[in-house]
Write a protein that binds this ligand. Structure first.
Ligand code: AMP
Length: 334
């Protein structure tokens, strides 16, 4: 049995339907050591890829949305749901706390996990990043109360108290900057601590910066940039599951890549094609198709960056294009 924290353990199953599983056939099941939440493995599932997804919080919804778009028919892991099987048992999805996922992956209890890169960095564990997932973007920043005369790290007096849920990265950062600060570990709401008089400054995750502003705090340094990532252990990359894990990562990458793109179709004058190619390079240039009964007009199909759609449509209109259609793309497999 591997004990990962006070509440969650991973129990290695050594028998199955009266038989003994050996070697790579060994499976895991999750249970809560304070209760009876034993998760049953269905027959055949012990050979599947185990994928851990955040069970709640900021990363939960988007993770499930992307997995669904990649073709994994999973349901949202509500409060009570810990486990789901998808793709005819080829993949087992487990819903776990984002904070725990790094350790589960590192220990080999699950093969792949989705979590925040900030949590990977804070854990200090050596895991392998398969993919940046393009959401959950934030930065770990040092923030100080306004009007305290601290504009840069150099202004932070030695002996200052720093409140944070990221003690390891915070200690490392101030040490590297030659500052002797006292780090107070808290589990959340760091932004209120300077006003309560329990800290002089904070280190916290920031995305828009509005929480800091509301609390009259100002960022003076960024310690790390983060987003949701898909990770695996270095050991898992050396097993027979590597190919399947890379296939799953590829399917997910195809969804992520498609998110920033649109498929544009239009009827354009043949005489304008050269100019159109200058601003619509697409993946390999626009696909040009003949229109029955017309020699002066052709249809083009092209993949365009979402951010370039507005400008591209205006340019096409100016060149006399008609029948312009823009549609979302589910997946882009190279
Ligand atoms: P949770 O605590 O489960 O909501 O997940 C927090 C994770 O969401 C963090 O570890 C980050 O990876 C990510 N995240 C993205 N933006 C923010 C933010 N502004 N504040 C906190 N976490 C964020």
């Amino acid at each position: 049995m591997l004990t990962l924290d006070n509440n969650i353990c991973v129990l290695e199953i050594v028998t199955w339907n009266g038989g003994t599983l050996g070697g790579p056939g060994r499976g895991h099941t999750l249970f809560n050591s304070t209760g009876y939440h034993l998760v049953e493995l269905q027959q055949g599932e012990w050979m599947s890829i185990k994928l851990a997804v955040p069970n709640k919080g900021r990363l939960n919804e988007r993770s499930i949305e992307i997995l669904k778009q990649a073709g994994l028919e999973i349901e949202d892991g509500g409060e009570r749901k810990l486990y789901a099987t998808v793709k005819n048992g080829e993949i087992s999805v487990m819903f776990l706390r984002a904070q725990d996922i790094v350790r589960f992956v590192h220990k080999g209890a699950v093969d792949i996990g989705i979590t925040g890169y900030d949590l990977v960095l804070e854990s200090g564990l050596d895991v392998h990043k398969l993919l940046d997932m393009g959401f959950g973007r934030c930065r770990l920043s040092v923030a100080v109360p306004e009007g305290k005369g601290m504009d840069a790290i150099a202004d932070v007096p030695d002996g200052s108290i720093v409140a944070t849920s990221f003690p390891n990265m915070t200690r490392r950062f101030f040490k590297e900057n030659g500052k002797k600060v006292e780090v107070t570990e808290i589990s959340g709401a760091a932004e209120v601590t300077p006003h309560l008089g329990v800290a002089d400054l904070i280190v916290d995750l920031v995305s828009s910066g509005s929480t800091l502003k509301t609390n009259h705090l100002r960022e003076i340094a960024t310690i790390a940039e983060s987003q949701a990532v898909m990770i695996t252990s270095k050991e898992a990359m050396c097993t027979e599951k590597r190919e399947e894990m890379e296939e799953l990562a590829l399917a997910i990458r195809s969804v992520i890549d498609a998110r920033g793109k649109r498929y544009l179709m239009a009827d354009v004058k043949v005489s304008t094609l050269d100019e159109i190619r200058t601003f619509l390079p697409g993946i390999a240039g626009p696909t040009v198709m003949n229109i029955v009964g017309r020699t002066d007009i052709v249809a083009i199909h092209v993949v365009v960056d979402k951010s370039k759609i507005y400008e591209s449509v205006n340019k096409l209109k100016r060149l006399g294009a008609s029948g312009i259609l823009i549609v979302p793309i589910d997946r882009m497999v190279p």
